[in-house]
Each structure stands twice: as structure tokens, then as C-alpha cells.
Design a protein around this ligand. Structure first.
Ligand SMILES: Cc1cc2nc3c(=O)[nH]c(=O)nc-3n(C[C@H](O)[C@H](O)[C@H](O)COP(=O)(O)OP(=O)(O)OC[C@H]3O[C@@H](n4cnc5c(N)ncnc54)[C@H](O)[C@@H]3O)c2cc1C
Ligand code: SF4
Ligand code: SF4
Length: 943
């Protein structure tokens, strides 16, 4: 079907200003940055919208729909934008449901929940886990995708084998139809008076029922015979309902990809969280054996059965993931124990027994522990974006990514595909849900090369045709049709059934505004391919959005890591048209830690800021670089802190400093709520003169303590604790001369100044075997000096220093000296760990936790969201206090939930931020301080 011609006003501002007047200015955006960020999803396509609406209520949805219909403007609903088919981008209005993200109702006994469409699957399951429940469908994108998109795509995942796809786990939906009416889409008994009334009042439903009844035979004939299908509209599920005497409306809307109506909430059915789980990796020597083994392994009733072919294993790196060189395919199998009667150890033995019949490349690897199980899943879950690392030009392209064949013929399919792509000389990764016969096929191509482009078009037609003709399969198991498969829906079902789809679409969306170009469209799949982006390094998978604290509070793509990559790499980018967003990043580096494709968005943003250094910050940092004068100034402030740090004076200071703060950022202020640390009248270096090496003399110790600014200037005991702990481990450290490591300086775009300080530090730390740090940001910055000096003469020295930088928690963990600790105490203090982002980015995550867990007076509790940014981020809590407080709120709730009395961390900004955010409900300490207390308690006991 060709969608009716839609009217597009020439000026996007007309649309946005109309919408602003209707639903509120703060919910409607149409600036360059927003439109650029929303022009992509995780597919190969790009379409720039005219306006974006961030809806917050059903009223907002209904008003936007009514406006779009009245003006004939394309309307595309969107959740996380992680679909792989181009279904969350459009040329008109994008209606983003991310801010509607609450659980409205939860019934533990009956195992259901009413949930809004903007909730992230992982967040939903975290909440449900508290009640021992789980939402079964589990796309690998579960950390970032949202319920609205899962519903509209009928998503599924590895555990669909046992728990079904979304369509099997939805009881009801609230749907806004294009008529503006709200429909409670549930399963109605055909004799139910409610159903009769519904059919009388909703013509499209009445027409649909007649269409189903009049074409029952055709629908039965064309029903896909494979175990999964998300292609076309699910008239099959509706026909099944009629046969059972009910009008099962969710079956129509789940999988409709925003083309029939918009969801404001869903009632989902839940399952009990398994009591225990076994995950195993089996490396097969011969691909043929996989096909033989699958039916036998299915007898164990696995909850997941996944395959990765030899090419995939090569592409992700066999050595890195411990995969034998001669493995022709690897199976990942998972078994869940729902009740006490299931013995997973016995199941593991049965599995080993089955595997003995085949030539394996190594013994099966089995894991029961959640952390080890996560490790086994890690490579599989991030497979697609990881493939972006493989080649700078050839990128993984999703265009035949989701076929389904009978499960027992999966090795035949893999063999066929391997031969097909070998013939094309195209590297390809083939992996997927083998238990359902659902294969993800991701060839690596340079679509900007005419040859590769032709190979893509040829592969698209030939593979889909083979899946349909030779295998009797489906072209779409779970990812949806979107733009990429719309062209082939007619071929899959034949013109007659396709004609019924068209009638359904026309009946529910006569104006054609609901997500045009998706599912029911005859446009070629090559329309709107984003050739420029497909040569860049970002897979647009949105994994970074899931950890970006700014996205967490704004829920808007222009305020997110993935969006920022799009904006700053866009050909029309300029600092001036995007200052708002470029300055919003905290430089927390969470995105860098999460990105499977190896992109460092925070670094790219710093590069952009370096093009426009902040003038006011420059004045401050240049003063800061005059160490002696700056230190005198701080001592002066310290002397009078008891006067100026009173509530009334702080309010006055906030007002007086406003004009000056505005030079840093529009949002900057010295909020009176900010709990400032006590400044030291005698700074750390004054307190330990014996540790300061004399100028021009050789180092006296093999260990230097790089205390950084905070530990020197603040009188908070952190620097003293690090020195005391080192001494307990038999080390008397040197405190060589040092300048700011550079993190805050670079954050404001002053790279040259950051380098100037870094050069001093490189020279000063050169003679030491180890450079111990206490501050998370200093740790990361010193380890990152090689990037700061990339291609410059200092790079070698920077690399040498990076290897020697050791955080105090690493130092203690590696130390051969084990100082005495106090004997176990009966009353223990509950301590949680807040893992500072920069320490996490520096790779230090386990050591602080292990130390805390080993302390005698401590009951260590792992708090929820321990690995999320707290919003302090150097000076961010001054630069944008309001946003930083919105970020820390989540941390406050996590601490409260954990019941911790003390939160340990190792970053001065995090400490200030936590003290401000927790408002005294828990104490905040550095890990070294808790260690010091434990050692001192032992000393007291001995005495
Ligand atoms: C790395 C990676 C791995 C993936 N793995 C899987 C997998 O294992 N299984 C799988 O099924 N998919 C997978 N996907 C695809 C994708 O993540 C899923 O389809 C996901 O459910 C989409 O959710 P979303 O929130 O991103 O939706 P979006 O991309 O925002 O939208 C998807 C569709 O839903 C519509 N929509 C969104 N909200 C609403 C609403 N409120 N009302 C009506 N329509 C709406 C949109 O218009 C669009 O058509 C993967 C993607 C990536 C990047
Ligand atoms: S930066 Fe990395 S994590 Fe973020 S969208 Fe791009 S590839 Fe995915
Ligand atoms: S550094 Fe932090 S705030 Fe900035 S883009 Fe990355 S995750 Fe988001």
C-alpha cells in the first residue's frame, strides 16, 4: 500500500509552536540538536523529524494524535529507539513516551502489573525482583529498550523458548486510536455485552471481526508454521481467539509497530523469578552436530538455547572469550529451576552425558553463580555493536537479520548462509535463538562501496526467498518489519493476505498518519539508508544511554550519550548551535565503560569543548596553576569558613557570586544546599613536611602519593587516611610536587593548561615504582595521560606512568603485608559502596568492595545502582546544581533501600555530592578512612 500523501507544513516551527501552545513548551522541542538526535534509531536509516513531543500523560498523547491527524502530519511513536528496522524515526512528529515510565499497579498474588510504556525492561525487572517476579520476554537490548517498543515490536529474546514473546505475556493495553478515542484492548468474550458495545461504537473493530470471519480459511492457510513470527499483523492470533470464543485484541496491537494506535499502558503477566539457574557454553567441533544435538538438548527443557557460528566467534575474538580455535559453533544453554524439585546439578550431568556423543572442542563450561553466568552471556548480548570494532569501513548491516526456520534445520541454514556469504566474499556473523530456529544474520559491508551495496541488495532478496521457499520459514522472528522488511511482507504472505493487512491498516488509520512507511509500505528497503553514519564508529545501539545520568533524568534523546554522538559528529554541527547539549555532559565516562563498540563519547565531547574553552574557568585555572598564591587564598578562606559557611551567608554568597558563575554556565551557582567540605588551614603538604622530597634530590621512597587537589586542600581526613594506610603496609610515601591531574581543567576545554600541569606531574612522578592515588578522577586522568599526549613526545613517559598508577584499594589488595585488624565484632555497621564512575572507568571495581567486605566491624551490602553516577562529577554540582540533584535522587533511594549507615567511595566530588544528596541519612567516608579505622581499632585492642 502506498500511504496517502501527507501534508507537511514547510516550516517545522509551525508544527512545534502549535504543539507548544497545546501541551506546554517544555514538552515540545524542534531545535537543531533535538532533531539531529532523533533522526536515528539503532537501524541503518536516518529521517529528520519536524518536532519531538515528550509526552507525560494520556492527554498529551491524545492531543498530539488529534493534531497530527487534523494536519496530516506523520506521527511516529518512540520509546528507547533501539529497534533495528527504522520504525522509531519519521519525517513528521516523534512522540517519545520515555517520561511515562511508572509501574502503576503490581499484583504479587495474581502475578500481573500495569505499566507505562516508557519503563526500561531492566528497570522493570529490578523492581519486580524485589517481589520475586520477572517479565519473561528478554530482548538482548533489555538494559536499554522500553516496554512501549517491546509491545509494538512483539519483542522476544533468548528466554522466549520457555517464557514466550511479548504477545504471550500481555493481558491488556490502553490504546489511543487515530480517532482520538481510547480503547481498552483486552480479550473480550464474544458474548460479553462489553464486546457488543465495543463493536457498535468502534467501526474498525467491527470491520476487523467481519474481516477475520470472512477470511478464516485464507488466514489458516497462510499461518507461518515456524515457532516465531513478527511479520505482518497477527491476524492468526486473532483468529485463534475467535475460535475460542473471544476477541483477543492485544494480539492485534502487539507487534503493530505504532501503525494502528499508541499505547499509554499495558497490563503484563509475570512469572516467578527462577530459584536457581545454570548457564553452560558448549563448543562443537562440527557444525552438523549442532543440528543433531539441539533436539536432544531441548529434552532438558532449557529456558534458552543460543548459537554463535564460527565466523561470529572469529569476529568477537576467540582468545578474548576463551573459545577454542577449532570450535565450529558454540551453544549457550540455560536451565532454570522453578521449584525445589529440580536439581540443576543432575541436569548438568545429563547435559554432559548428551554432549559426550559429539566431538567437542573443549569440555562444556558451566556456571551457577550469577556473576559467572553474566560473563558467559556478556559476549552474546553485546554481539551486534561489538562487531563495529572489527573494521573501520565494513560495518555490521541489519537487512536480513531476523529469519526463522524450523529449529531442527538450523545447521542446514547456517551452512547455506556461510556458503552464500563466502561466495560473496563478505564476512558475516550468524547467531541467534537456535531453540526457536531464529537466526540473526549480520554481514559486514561498506555500503558506500557500490560493490558491497549490490551484494546487500542481492543478499536481501536471495536469502529471504530461500528462507521462505526452501525452509518454509519467516523473514521476521522478533525485530519487526519496520522499513527494512516492509518491502517483503507481501512476498511472505502473498497478495491476498497482504490485502487484508492493508484493509486493517486503512480501517484503523484512514488518514495514514500513524508511522507511515512502516510494515505496510511498498517503498524499497534501500530508501533512507544513512550512508554517512554507516561509516562512523557508533552502532547507535543506545547501550550508553542506559548508563548516562543525564539521559536518566531528562529522558530525551538530545540529552543523552547516543544523541550527543550524533550531534557532535553531524556535518552541520557547530559549538554555537549545540552549546546547550555539549555543555550538559558530566564527563562521568560511564558511556565509555559501557560501549561495546569502543566509542568514547565523553572524549569526543571534550574535543569539542576544547574548540571553545570557557573563559571564566580559564581565569580560575590559571590562578589555580600559581600553586603558592592559590594555596594562600584557600587558607585565607579556610580561616573564615565558620563565618561565610553559615546558612544566611551562603544564601548571600549564592546571590553575590551569580554574575561570576554565569561566566561558567547559565545554570552555575554556589547553592546554599551544597554541603561544602571543611577547607584546611594547614593543608596536607603542611601537615606532612617529612614526606616532601627536597627539590633537586633523588626520591626517598619507591612509592609516591599523588594526593591531588582535594586531599591537600580539604580537612576531611582522606589524605591522612591514605598515608596512614600506606604506613601500615610498611610504606612511607613521598609527596612529590604536583599539579592538578587535569580532569576539571579539560572539562572546561582548557586542554593546553591541562597538559601544562600534566607535564609537571610526569616529571615529578618519573622516579617512582608506584604512584598511589586516593581520588578516582586523578587515578583515571593519570592513566589517561597517553591519550592526552597522543602522538606527542610525552606519550612514552605518559604510558610508563599509566602503568605505575595504583589506586589505594589496588595497593592494599596487592600488598604482601597484611596488617592486623580488630577481632570480629558482634555489632556491625552496614556499609554500602558507591562505585565512582572514574574509578570504574579506570578498571577498579572489585578491590574496594573486597576490602570493605573484609573489615571486621562492617556488614557489607551491595546497594542497587552502585555503579551509577551520583551526579557530582568534579565541578558539575556547581555547574548545574539542579540537574546534579535530580541525578543524586536515584542514589539516595538506593542507599535508603540498602539500609546502609555508611556509604564508602573514593572520589571527593562524589563525597560532597552524597553528603548533599543524602541529607545526613547515612555517613559518607572514603574507603581508606574505613581501612584506617579498622587498623586503628586493632591497635587499640592490642594495647
Ligand atoms: C544490541 C541490540 C540487541 C537487540 N536484541 C534484541 C532481541 O534479542 N530481541 C528483540 O526482539 N529485539 C532486539 N533488539 C531490537 C530492539 O531492541 C527491540 O525490538 C526493542 O523491544 C525495541 O524497544 P525500544 O524501546 O527501543 O522501541 P523503539 O525502537 O523506540 O520503537 C520500536 C517500535 O515501537 C513503536 N512504539 C514505541 N512506543 C510505542 C507506544 N507507546 N505505542 C505504540 N507504538 C510504540 C515505535 O513506533 C516503533 O515502531 C535489539 C536491538 C539492539 C540494538
Ligand atoms: S556510543 Fe557505543 S554504546 Fe553508545 S550508541 Fe554508540 S555504539 Fe552504542
Ligand atoms: S560522560 Fe557521562 S554524562 Fe557524558 S555522555 Fe557519557 S555517560 Fe553521559
Amino acid at each position: 500500500m502506498t500511504a496517502p500523501t501527507l501534508i507537511l507544513p514547510d516550516r517545522s516551527h509551525a508544527i512545534a509552536s502549535d504543539l507548544r501552545a497545546m501541551i506546554g513548551a517544555e514538552k515540545v522541542k524542534d531545535d537543531y540538536s533535538t532533531l539531529t538526535a532523533y533522526a536515528v534509531d539503532a537501524s541503518i536509516y536516518r529521517m529528520t523529524p519536524k518536532a519531538v513531543v515528550l509526552v507525560e500523560s494520556e492527554e498529551d498523547i491524545a492531543a498530539t494524535v488529534a493534531y497530527a491527524v487534523s494536519r496530516g502530519i506523520p506521527l511516529t511513536p518512540r520509546a528507547a529507539g533501539t529497534n533495528l528496522t527504522g520504525s522509531a524515526i519519521g519525517s513528521g512528529i516523534i512522540l517519545d513516551v520515555s517520561r511515562m515510565n511508572r509501574i502503576l499497579d503490581l499484583n504479587r498474588e495474581e502475578r500481573w502489573a500495569r505499566v507505562q510504556p516508557g519503563i526500561v525492561l531492566a528497570e522493570l525487572n529490578k523492581r519486580l525482583a524485589r517481589d520475586g517476579l520477572l517479565f519473561g520476554p528478554d530482548p538482548s537490548s533489555g538494559d536499554m529498550c522500553k516496554l512501549g517498543g517491546m509491545l509494538a515490536n512483539n519483542s522476544s529474546g533468548p528466554h522466549t523458548l520457555r517464557y514466550g514473546a511479548v504477545k504471550d505475556n500481555v493481558a491488556a493495553l490502553r490504546v489511543c486510536l487515530q480517532s482520538g478515542e481510547w480503547l481498552d484492548a483486552k480479550s473480550y468474550g464474544l458474548n460479553d455485552p462489553q464486546c457488543t458495545q465495543l463493536l457498535e461504537t468502534h467501526t474498525p473493530l467491527h470491520d476487523l471481526k467481519l474481516l477475520l470471519q470472512g477470511n478464516a480459511q485464507l488466514i489458516a492457510q497462510k499461518r507461518p508454521t515456524v515457532s516465531k513470527n513478527s511479520c505482518g499483523y497477527n491476524l492468526f492470533g486473532l483468529a485463534d481467539g475467535l475460535a475460542r470464543g473471544c476477541f483477543d485484541l492485544p494480539k492485534l496491537f502487539v507487534g503493530s509497530e505504532g501503525t494502528l494506535g499508541l499505547f499509554s499502558e499495558a497490563t503484563i503477566t509475570l512469572i516467578e523469578k527462577p530459584r536457581a539457574t545454570l548457564t553452560a557454553l558448549i563448543h562443537f567441533h562440527r557444525l552438523e552436530d549442532v543440528g543433531d544435538a539441539v533436539p536432544k538438548l531441548l529434552e532438558l527443557s532449557p529456558s534458552a538455547l543460543e548459537v554463535m557460528d564460527a565466523n561470529t566467534l572469529n569476529l568477537i575474538g576467540r582468545t578474548k572469550h576463551g573459545i577454542p580455535a577449532d570450535a565450529a559453533a558454540t551453544l549457550l544453554i540455560e536451565l532454570d529451576a522453578d521449584d525445589a524439585g529440580i536439581d540443576l546439578r543432575a541436569q548438568a550431568e545429563r547435559m554432559t552425558e548428551i554432549c559426550r556423543r559429539y566431538r567437542l572442542a573443549s569440555d562444556p563450561v558451566m556456571a551457577f553463580d550469577p556473576e559467572q553466568r553474566d560473563q558467559l552471556w556478556k559476549a552474546r548480548k553485546a554481539l551486534y555493536p561489538t562487531l563495529y570494532r572489527f573494521d573501520p569501513r565494513k560495518k555490521p548491516i541489519n537487512f536480513v537479520d531476523d529469519v526463522v526456520v524450523p529449529a531442527e534445520r538450523i545447521s542446514e541454514l547456517i551452512r547455506y548462509l556461510e556458503e552464500f556469504f563466502a561466495g560473496q566474499r563478505v564476512p558475516v556473523a550468524i547467531f541467534g535463538h537456535i531453540g526457536n530456529g531464529n537466526a540473526h544474520i549480520i554481514p559486514l559491508l561498506d555500503v558506500n562501496d557500490q560493490n558491497d551495496f549490490q551484494k546487500m541488495v542481492q543478499g536481501y532478496h536471495e536469502i529471504h526467498q530461500t528462507v521462505l521457499g526452501r525452509f518454509g520459514g519467516s523473514i521476521c522472528g522478533e525485530h519487526g518489519d519496520g522499513r527494512v522488511r516492509a518491502e517483503y511482507v507481501k512476498t511472505m504472505f502473498g497478495p491476498e493476505l497482504y490485502g487484508l493487512f492493508v484493509r486493517v491498516k486503512q480501517s484503523f488509520d484512514p488518514s495514514g498518519v500513524l508511522n507511515p512507511g512502516i510494515k505496510i509500505s511498498d517503498r524499497p528497503f534501500t530508501d533512507h539508508i544513512d550512508y554517512e553514519r554507516l561509516s562512523k564508529s557508533c552502532a547507535t545501539c543506545a547501550k550508553c544511554n542506559a548508563v548516562c545520568p543525564v539521559y536518566d533524568v531528562f529522558q530525551s534523546e538530545d540529552m543523552s550519550s547516543r544523541g550527543w554522538f550524533e550531534i557532535i559528529m553531524d556535518k552541520n554541527y557547530s559549538y554555537l548551535n549545540s552549546k546547550r547539549v555539549v555543555e550538559a555532559c558530566l564527563n562521568c565516562k560511564s558511556c565509555r565503560t559501557a560501549c561495546p563498540a569502543g566509542v568514547d563519547v565523553s572524549q569526543l565531547i571534550l574535543d569539542r569543548r576544547a574548540e571553545y574553552p570557557n573563559k571564566m574557568a580559564g581565569v580560575i585555572f590559571r590562578f589555580h596553576a600559581q600553586t603558592a598564591r592559590f594555596e594562600q587564598f584557600l587558607k585565607f578562606l579556610a580561616r573564615y569558613q565558620s563565618i561565610w559557611d553559615r546558612p544566611l551567608m551562603r544564601r548571600l554568597l549564592d546571590r553575590l557570586t551569580k554574575p561570576f558563575m554565569r561566566g561558567i554556565a547559565e545554570t552555575a551557582r554556589l547553592s546554599p544546599q551544597l554541603v561544602l567540605p571543611r577547607l584546611a588551614t594547614r593543608q596536607l603538604r603542611d601537615r606532612y613536611p617529612d614526606l616532601i622530597p627536597q627539590a633537586g634530590r633523588a626520591a626517598r621512597s619507591s612509592v609516591a602519593y599523588f594526593h591531588g587537589c582535594a586531599a591537600n586542600y580539604f580537612d576531611d581526613g582522606v589524605g591522612d587516611a591514605v598515608i596512614a594506610v600506606l604506613r601500615k603496609h610498611g610504606v612511607k610515601p613521598d609527596l612529590p610536587p604536583q599539579r592538578c591531574s587535569g580532569t576539571p581543567i579539560e572539562t572546561y576545554g582548557h586542554r593546553a593548561l591541562a597538559k601544562e600541569g600534566a607535564r609537571v606531574n610526569l616529571a615529578s612522578m618519573a622516579g617512582y615504582e608506584k604512584v598511589v592515588t586516593g581520588c578516582a578522577s586523578c587515578t583515571l586522568m593519570l592513566k589517561d595521560y597517553p591519550t592526552l599526549f597522543a602522538g606527542e613526545p610525552e606519550q612514552a613517559a605518559a604510558q610508563a606512568l599509566a602503568k605505575r598508577v595504583t589506586h589505594i584499594s589496588e595497593f592494599v589488595s596487592q600488598s604482601p603485608v597484611k596488617p592486623a585488624m580488630a577481632s570480629q565484632q558482634s555489632t556491625k555497621c552496614k556499609v554500602a559502596y558507591h562505585s565512582s564512575c572514574h574509578l570504574r572507568a579506570a578498571g577498579v571495581t572489585k578491590e574496594p568492595r573486597a576490602i570493605l567486605a573484609s573489615l571486621p566491624g562492617v556488614e557489607y551490602v551491595e546497594m542497587p545502582d552502585a555503579d551509577r553516577c551520583a551526579g557530582g562529577a568534579g565541578t558539575y554540582l556547581v555547574k548545574d546544581f539542579e540537574t546534579s540533584q535530580r541525578i543524586v535522587e536515584r542514589k539516595r533511594q538506593a542507599v535508603e533501600q540498602s539500609g546502609a549507615e555508611v556509604v564508602a567511595t573514593s572520589c571527593p566530588a562524589c563525597m560532597i555530592q552524597l553528603r548533599t544528596g543524602l541529607r545526613g541519612t547515612a555517613e559518607v567516608k572514603h574507603v581508606a578512612q574505613l581501612l584506617q579505622e579498622a587498623y586503628e581499632a586493632a591497635d587499640r585492642q592490642t594495647k
